[in-house]
Write a protein of this length. Structure first.
Length: 96
């Protein structure tokens, strides 16, 4: 029987809860006008196995890097809808 090994370069996929937590922190920082070090959130760029969602994550990080807070908050709302979670900055929210 052949054993299939995963390539070493495969990025770790984040759980829905991990994505939710990262988005919660990002939304809070955006609404407060805090500086966001995008390096802290690099894992979100490769956090999904869904290519469409992955592109939205990359778009979000680009918006943050360009200090486009309004667009980034709208992108977070878009991700909320796709993942069926609610991001409420300043509160811990249950995942649906």
């Amino acid at each position: 029987m052949e054993q299939h090994k995963k390539p070493e370069s495969v990025q770790q996929v984040l759980t829905k809860e991990q994505i939710h937590d990262l988005l919660q922190v990002l939304a809070e920082k955006l609404q407060q006008g805090d500086y966001i070090d995008t390096a802290e959130f690099e894992s979100i760029k490769t956090g999904s196995s869904d290519n469409g969602l992955q592109n939205v994550f990359k778009q979000l990080m680009e918006q943050i890097a360009q200090f486009d807070s309004n667009a980034a908050l709208k992108t977070i709302q878009n991700i909320e809808a796709q993942l069926n979670v609610t991001i409420n900055p300043g509160q811990k929210e249950d995942i649906k």
